[in-house]
Design a protein around this ligand. Structure first.
Ligand code: PEP
Length: 282
């Protein structure tokens, strides 16, 4: 079953926290506390900390990938203060796009995010695309429609790399992961339920199927994000449709990351053994 072969990904979004002076030490502490070979770990510090985190994680085994939190939609030009995908080469292997804080604060639209994904893909960066509804949209019964529209708009006309490219160029890590992050759950301490997240993962895969992705994008991991902690990660990873988490606040705490990745490793190992969840393996 393809579904069980999706990697389990835990990505840390440090947002506007840490400095070049302290980011490396934090990255190393998290790497040491989360050394699970079956889990794909990604740390996304601020741009100015990328080099420090890359250097701190060099040679760490099992490896921890470095990601950026944003990328510009043009390759180069008169865009003061911006960072292009080409500039990230050698600094980051992954990039987050479409985070709701950027949609809110920088007015990013699905069309703009679509252009960012194209740039990132051309630069061979692995992409974490964030989607999710606001509280008023959920209250209006629009949550599914909003997420469907975001996925369709952000990925319109973008093709998955060929199978051959995927192996040679992208390696074991997926070229794309989609993080379902309900806006009302981000940084609020109020998380969605595992069942809600799984239902939205199904909506996302339906939309991927409509876009022409093979087998409803069954190889593309869908992560949950929104107030994830070591105490609630199990609820999400008990859902076969959920393949990991994008973690904000808790990702700055090595103890929290240790608990989150330890739980993720249980799911990853169960999948390797052909079971959708650790419970199903019991
Ligand atoms: C995020 O920044 O993507 C996020 C989910 O934040 P938090 O875990 O703090 O809600």
């Amino acid at each position: 079953m393809i579904r069980l072969m999706r990697p389990v990904v835990i990505a840390a979004n440090w947002k506007m926290h840490t400095t070049p002076a302290d980011a490396g030490e934090l990255a190393r502490a998290i790497a040491a506390r989360t050394a699970e070979p079956d889990v794909t770990r990604v740390i996304c510090p601020p741009f100015v900390c990328l080099a420090a985190v890359r250097d701190a994680l060099a040679g760490v085994a099992p490896p921890v990938a470095v990601g950026a939190q944003n990328v510009h939609h043009e390759l180069a030009g008169a865009f003061t203060g911006e960072v292009s995908a080409a500039m990230l080469r050698g600094l980051a292997e992954w990039v987050i796009v479409g985070h709701s804080e950027r949609r809110r604060d920088a007015g990013e639209t699905d069309e703009l995010i679509n252009r960012k994904i194209r740039q990132a893909k051309d630069a061979l960066l692995h992409v974490i695309l964030c989607v999710g509804e606001r509280l008023d949209e959920r209250a209006d019964g629009q949550a599914e429609a909003v997420v469907r529209c975001q996925v369709a708009g952000c990925l319109a006309g973008i093709e998955a790399p060929s199978l051959a490219d995927r192996d040679v160029v992208w390696g074991d890590a997926p070229w794309l992961a989609i993080a379902y992050e309900p806006v009302w759950a981000i940084g609020t301490g109020r998380n969605a339920t595992g069942a809600d997240a799984a239902a939205m993962a199904d909506v996302i895969r339906d939309t991927l199927g409509d876009l022409g992705f093979a087998a409803r994008g069954e190889t593309i991991p869908v992560l949950y994000g929104g107030s994830v902690t070591s105490a609630n990660i199990g609820e999400f990873l008990a859902e076969p449709a959920i393949d990991g988490a994008l973690v904000g606040g808790a990702s700055l705490k090595p103890d929290e990351m240790a608990g989150i990745v330890a739980r993720a490793a249980l799911t990853a190992r169960a999948r390797r053994a052909g079971n959708p969840t650790p419970d199903a393996a019991a």
